[in-house]
Design a protein around this ligand. Structure first.
Ligand code: SF4
Length: 389
């Protein structure tokens, strides 16, 4: 750990019914069913964001949409609006349990679509299931996996002989049919709790797997983990992938996108616009797969996050062109590293209003190679990023 102060760690994820206070107001996270927004829902969310918040919309690493800067006194009106758009769970418990990431590359009626629907219904009904706030499910049943780098505790994937249910961190799983997958996923979640996987509302499956083996029936070998190539903007058989600069866009861009088709949310700071293969430029969007801004990430930083030591995104934008092709620079307002919890090639962690630690091949909390770098020095001499790395 560097000299930067230890950040506050929350054991839960904000939702719509249980929002989180940030430096710019409430963060209200919307868990769109199947990760999909109809054009009417997207337009409605844009209107709510502009009426009750800052007019800025994020996409999270779990493929949820976040409305930022919501005024506390407007929360009730926002909830009513989300209910009208059919984007609200029955209660905060159901909202927290229904933590499902579905591959955006699904088709109506395929295994992933059916399993995600079944799982959402089963989790909504399972009122006795007290899972840790961050516990989640990945439904990744396409021909090739795309969610192995996305945080989840229970995974439903395609193995060589069919669907496989797997505890995150285990290298074997349980063969399942599409019809049985949701029920078996809930059984595995209950097993996790029975094994003491959660204490005081915290705990993750991979931590339990480090201590013990999965259930005996989970004996089928899982395909070996392969490093996934990052998803890029461009046309796909399902529609057009577009990137959001720093995972954020103005609400007016969300409304404009709705004119082109239904939207699917992804965990990669990208949106998929169904059924199209090109778009005109829109504020906050990156449409070119070679845009240097795809080589950088930055958390909210100051002033939006109360824990931030410094402004992050302006610096990331300015340094993007200096990041060598194939490498990634993450700029974090504190050691928590929210926007890139995994190691990155280069990390700048703010330690003061204008001082950053430089970490190579690590996380925002790892030991720095260089300390006390100012934003001005980095802008003047971007080679400071790569010298000695
Ligand atoms: S990493 Fe960034 S967004 Fe997360 S708590 Fe720290 S300053 Fe805030």
């Amino acid at each position: 750990m560097s000299a930067a102060a230890t950040p506050k760690v929350y054991g839960w994820c904000p939702g719509a019914l249980r929002p989180m206070m940030s430096g710019d107001g409430l963060v209200v996270r919307v868990r769109a069913p199947l990760g999909q927004l109809s054009p009417a829902q997207a337009r409605g969310l844009a209107t709510l964001s502009q009426a009750h918040g800052s007019g800025l919309v994020d996409i999270s690493a779990r493929a949820n949409l976040q409305l930022r800067g919501i005024r506390e006194e407007a929360h009730a009106a926002l909830i009513a609006g989300l209910r009208d758009l059919d984007l609200l769970d029955e209660d905060a418990g159901a909202e927290a349990r229904r933590n499902i990431t579905l591959t955006p590359f699904w088709q109506a009626g395929d295994d992933g679509h059916q399993i995600a629907l079944d799982l959402a219904a089963a989790l909504t009904e399972a009122t006795d299931l007290k899972l840790p706030g961050k516990f989640g499910f990945a439904v990744d049943c396409g021909a090739a996996p795309v969610l192995t780098d996305t945080a989840a505790d229970i995974r439903i994937e395609r193995g060589p002989d069919g669907l496989l249910l797997r505890a995150d961190g285990a290298d074997t799983g349980l063969p399942v049919t599409a019809e049985a997958a949701a029920g078996e996923a809930l059984a595995l979640a209950r097993w996790f709790l029975d094994q003491g996987g959660a204490t005081e509302g915290r705990g993750r499956m991979h931590q339990l797997m480090a201590r013990r083996a999965p259930p005996a029936a989970h004996a089928a070998p899982a395909p070996g983990a392969t490093r996934l190539a990052p998803q890029r903007p461009g046309a796909t058989p399902f529609g057009l992938l577009v990137a959001l600069e720093f995972g954020q866009m103005p609400a007016r861009t969300l409304a404009k996108l709705a004119d082109h088709g239904a939207l699917r949310l992804t965990p990669w700071r990208l949106l998929l616009v169904e059924g199209i293969d090109s778009l005109p430029p829109l504020p906050g969007l990156i449409l070119d797969a070679t845009d240097p801004r795809l080589r950088v990430s930055a958390c909210t930083g100051a002033p939006g996050c109360p824990q931030a030591r410094a402004v992050t995104r302006d610096l990331a934008r300015d340094l993007a062109a200096a990041v060598p092709a194939g490498q990634h620079l993450h700029i974090s307002g504190c050691t928590k590293g929210c926007a890139h919890p995994r190691p990155a090639d280069l990390v700048l962690t703010a330690t003061g209003a204008d001082t950053f630690d430089l970490i190579c091949n690590g996380t925002a909390a790892d030991h720095p190679l260089n300390t006390s770098l100012s934003a001005a020095a980095l802008r003047a001499t971007p080679d400071l990023l790569t010298e000695g790395s």
